[in-house]
Design a protein around this ligand. Structure first.
Ligand SMILES: C[S@@+](CC[C@H](N)C(=O)[O-])C[C@H]1O[C@@H](n2cnc3c(N)ncnc32)[C@H](O)[C@@H]1O
Length: 236
């Protein structure tokens, strides 16, 4: 049997399964915003400051739950929920397409999207999204250029590998386990970097006022992890 191009694209989409069962059961707009790995509290949307009337981009938005929260509860001018996965983009559109024009689901690679939109955003953020899975040597300069002068980059990323191995002391990705839609085991690139590595990359990309907080998990278990909460501003 031959596989049609869309079916092949779905089968190859390494994010096809992510958040799927939740999307079937929960179509609500979240009433809170969490940065931490377990999504069980910690700092919230106040990390972004007052976003009233601002233009934001969620880099690797998945089903766009964080973007939907901001669009409904914080009166931005617009949040672009950017994701490269056909399945995640379709899920975001299905769940929250009705929030347009305040929320816009954008199907694109984050670096390509940022490079195509210089000086477009007041805030760009990522919750274990594009920042984790994209070469930061391309992504961070693109993010700096896509921000208006003084604009904010905020992101949460892993403080160490799942399982406990330490983060990388250099700009080096790992090939971590992943599954295609039909369950085939494969790998994908993930950048799990130490704080000083992120700081150097951000500085080289043109960011200033760089701050990184390590947030330990509220409860420990085999899948629990420290979160690094990264904040930096584009130079004015
Ligand atoms: C772990 S999920 C997180 C999704 C969402 N931020 C959340 O917290 O539920 C990572 C997401 O990043 C997206 N992603 C990874 N690399 C990307 C890239 N280069 N461009 C756009 N999206 C990307 C994936 O498609 C996936 O939806």
């Amino acid at each position: 049997m031959t596989t049609s191009p869309p079916a092949r694209a779905a089968a190859l989409d390494l994010w096809y399964l992510y958040g799927r069962s939740r999307a079937d059961a929960d179509r609500s707009v979240p009433d809170s915003f969490s940065w931490v790995w377990a999504q069980d509290g910690g700092p919230g949307s106040e990390v972004l400051g007052d976003v009233t009337g601002l233009v934001l981009a969620d880099l690797g938005a998945g089903a766009a739950r964080h973007a939907a929260h901001l669009a409904v509860h914080h009166a931005p001018a617009r949040v672009d929920a950017v994701d490269a996965s056909p399945a995640q983009h379709a899920m975001a559109f299905d769940l929250y397409g009705h929030l347009a024009p305040r929320l816009r689901a954008v199907h694109a690679d984050v670096t390509d999207h940022l490079e195509a939109h210089p000086d477009a955003y007041d805030v760009v953020y990522s919750v274990f999204g594009g920042l984790d899975f994209t070469d930061p040597r391309r992504l961070l300069p693109a993010a700096a250029r896509a921000l208006r002068p003084g604009g904010l980059l905020a992101a949460s990323t892993l403080g160490h590998y799942l399982g406990g191995a330490p983060a990388e002391p250099d700009v080096r990705h790992a090939d971590v386990p992943a599954r295609t839609a039909d369950g085939t085991a494969t790998t994908m690139r993930r950048w799990v970097l130490q704080e000083h590595v992120w700081t150097k990359l951000l500085d080289e990309a043109g960011f200033t006022a760089i701050g990184i907080d390590r947030l330990p998990p509220a409860t420990s278990g085999p899948r629990s992890a420290d979160t690094l909460l990264v904040r930096a501003h584009r130079q004015r």
